[in-house]
Design a protein around this ligand. Structure first.
Ligand code: SAM
Length: 246
């Protein structure tokens, strides 16, 4: 089918790809990816002969009009990222936006994303969650961002890297308090490890541990209800009961 197909790919385990993702990639006139070497590992694995074109922050202004031109001519174009779901901390937003503006059909072949995979194993509330992705790299900007997030009444999901993990956990503990938290590393891969604890316990453990390898998601529980508010509630309830019994 002509149009832009946004296709999710595995986040590590090559078996985590949908049948529709594979047929969409095989049928596409053009597969737009971040890095042709990374995506060709997937297409080769499944015996798909795809015409791959690299599209990343570097070349996007030059390549985007060319892709839009192909779409306008009726091509079927698949958009993938190195791993997981395109546009979740990955390129693609402007391509989708411009395609919609030009009246081109945009459809999704959904699949894996590290944020959702981490949420499913974190053991933290999932009724409301807030995806933050990568925090700013500099300490001051990171502290400011965390201060903004403090009042968000939802579980928070962060993307992290091994070298930054210990520092980020310490900054989160300082800014958010000692909330329940989970560090999910190398999900779906051979060395998948899930560490569950609190921000303080995890920050302390990772401060002294060897720097963790691989890819990491940090999931932080929602703000804990203030004990004071429960006490206040009890006080107002008992005064209401007093009034009733008068
Ligand atoms: N688009 C991807 C998605 O849908 O999950 C995310 C791309 S982002 C550039 C890469 C980050 O995702 C990593 O730094 C890590 O935080 C997280 N990530 C990706 N794969 C992961 C995995 N297998 N286990 C844990 N985290 C992962």
């Amino acid at each position: 089918r002509p149009g832009l197909h946004v296709v999710s790919t595995p986040i590590g385990n090559l078996a985590d790809v949908t049948l529709r993702a594979l047929t969409t990639l095989a049928a596409a006139d053009l597969v737009v990816c971040e890095d042709t070497r990374v995506t060709s590992r997937l297409t080769n694995h499944y015996g798909i002969e795809a015409s791959l074109v690299a599209y990343n922050d570097h070349n996007a202004p030059r390549v985007r009009p060319q892709i839009l031109e192909r779409l306008a001519q009726g091509a079927a174009v698949a958009l993938v990222s190195d791993a997981g779901t395109p546009m979740v901390s990955d390129p693609g937003y402007k391509l989708v936006r411009d395609a919609i503006e030009e009246g081109i059909a945009v459809s999704s072949a959904p699949g894996a994303s590290a944020a959702l995979a981490a949420l499913t194993v974190a053991g933290l509330p999932t009724d409301r969650f807030f995806f933050e992705g990568f925090l700013p790299p500099k300490d001051g900007a990171r502290a400011n961002r965390l201060a903004e997030l403090k009042a968000v009444p939802a579980t928070l999901v962060f993307y992290e890297s091994g070298p930054r993990l210990a520092g980020s956990l310490a900054a989160m503990a300082t800014a958010l308090g000692d909330r329940a938290a989970t560090v999910a590393r190398e999900l779906t891969k051979a060395y998948e490890t899930v560490y569950r604890g609190t921000l303080v316990s995890l920050a302390t453990d990772f401060a002294v541990a060897e720097e963790p390898r691989g890819e990491i998601v940090v999931v932080v529980g929602p703000p804990v209800e203030e004990r004071a508010s429960a006490d206040e509630m009890e006080a107002s309830l008992s005064s209401a009961l007093d009034t009733l019994s008068v």
